[in-house]
Structures are given as structure tokens and as C-alpha cells.
Design a protein around this ligand. Structure first.
Ligand code: E4P
Length: 225
């Protein structure tokens, strides 16, 4: 499963890039707004930093507007994917952008039927939002499993990009379900590193090392000949 970072924050993206665990980035108007910088410039910086797909969303809601914005967004870099909301105008724009060789990600997917439509329109990615479904008392993971199964049944080319992820169990369940991509908020990714037994294990090893140092009476250099 690929990991995208769901953030427009350069230091957060850079930190995980340095570890080699970032396959791409998703942004949305709220995430770009949080950074407070010019959105086009911020998007360009991210697209330069990350070689994988960088998803930037249109803010227009009509077909013409989405096409115009989509073309400009695609010019930011060859790795940029245009995010389009799941509307009728949106699907018209997805088809037209696909005809022009521009990759799209259909966002704000809340049903398997919507995912099917987006895939048929030619979306490279479909983004079902797990957390927002959980928030209204539904089970977002059921949606991921349904879409993975349906796309598999018909060998559909669109990739399932699990979005609105709120905690590490969501990530685990997405991986088990076979989602192609999970887009992770930095705080969720941080939590995935943690396990109390790892911390306890490191402490015990270092305490034992210290006991040896004291026994030998002084400084010991690890593995020095
Ligand atoms: C995905 O592309 C979206 O940016 C994101 O996952 C939305 O998540 P939220 O529901 O936490 O805002």
C-alpha cells in the first residue's frame, strides 16, 4: 500500500520524505488555507519536493471553471494530480481532463455507487472519506472494502485512495482491505511509529549497557577494536 501525506505543510512532508516513506501527497483547500501562503506557490513547492503524485484540488464548481483550473494545476508539474469533487460537472471535467492526458482524483466519495461513477468517468484515483462517515455513525471501512471488491471484480483501473483517516487502526484496516493508497495526516503517521514495548526494550538495552560500563570502570566505546 502506498502512503501519501495528507498535508500542505513543508516541514511535515520533508520529515517523512527523509525517511523514504512518502509515496505522494494530498492537499485540499482547507489544508492549503491552514498554511496561509499563496496556494499556487505552496503547491509548486510541494510538487518540487515530492517526486510522487501531488494532489491539488480545484475550487471551481462548474465544468468550465474546473477545466480551466485543472489545466493550470496540471501545469505546476508532471507529477501533479487534479482533485475534482464528486458532482456531475465534476465527472464531465474528469472525462475531459482524462482525454487531455491529465490525471484526476475524485474526492468526497461517500458511497460505492459514487466510486463506480468516478472510475467510469476516467479518474486515476477515487477518494472515499472514512473518518467523515464514522463521524455520522456509519462505518467508513465498509465503504473501502466494498469499493476494493467492486474495482477488483471488474479490473477497474482507478486506484482506491483511502482518505479522511483518523487513527492507525484505519490504516491497518485499509491495508488488510487492499486499498491502493492511504493518505495519512502527519499526526496519524507519527502514532504508527509508537509501541510501548519498543520504548521499554530500548531502555532495558541501554540500562544493561550502562551496568557493563560501570562494572568495567569507565568509558566503553561500542565495538571499538
Ligand atoms: C483527502 O484527500 C482529504 O484531503 C482528507 O483526507 C480529508 O480528511 P478530513 O476528513 O480529515 O478533513
Amino acid at each position: 500500500m502506498k502512503f501519501f501525506i495528507d498535508s500542505a505543510n513543508m516541514p511535515s512532508i520533508q520529515k517523512f520524505m527523509d525517511m523514504g516513506i512518502v509515496d505522494g501527497v494530498t492537499t485540499n483547500p482547507s489544508l492549503l488555507s491552514k498554511e496561509g501562503a499563496d496556494p499556487a506557490e505552496q503547491a509548486a513547492k510541494i510538487a518540487k519536493l515530492v517526486p510522487g503524485p501531488v494532489n491539488i484540488e480545484v475550487v471551481a464548481s462548474d465544468y468550465e471553471g474546473m477545466i480551466n483550473e485543472g489545466r493550470k494545476i496540471a501545469e505546476i508539474g508532471s507529477n501533479v494530480v487534479v482533485k475534482i469533487p464528486m458532482t456531475k460537472d465534476g465527472m464531465h471535467a474528469v472525462r475531459e481532463l482524462a482525454n487531455r492526458g491529465i490525471k484526476t482524483n475524485v474526492t468526497l466519495i461517500f458511497s460505492a455507487q459514487q466510486a463506480l461513477i468516478a472510475a467510469k468517468a476516467g479518474a486515476a484515483y477515487v477518494s472515499p472519506f472514512i473518518g467523515r462517515l464514522d463521524d455520522i455513525g456509519e462505518d467508513g471501512m465498509v465503504l473501502i472494502r466494498d469499493i476494493v471488491k467492486i474495482f477488483d471484480n471488474y479490473s477497474m483501473e482507478s486506484q482506491v485512495l483511502a482518505a479522511s483517516i483518523r487513527h492507525p487502526v484505519h490504516v491497518l484496516e485499509c491495508a488488510k482491505a487492499g486499498a491502493d493508497v492511504a493518505t495519512l495526516p502527519p499526526d496519524v503517521l507519527e502514532k504508527m511509529f509508537m509501541h510501548p514495548l519498543t520504548d521499554a526494550g530500548i531502555k532495558k538495552f541501554l540500562d544493561d549497557w550502562d551496568a557493563l560500563r560501570k562494572k568495567l570502570g569507565g568509558n566503553i566505546s561500542p565495538f571499538k577494536r
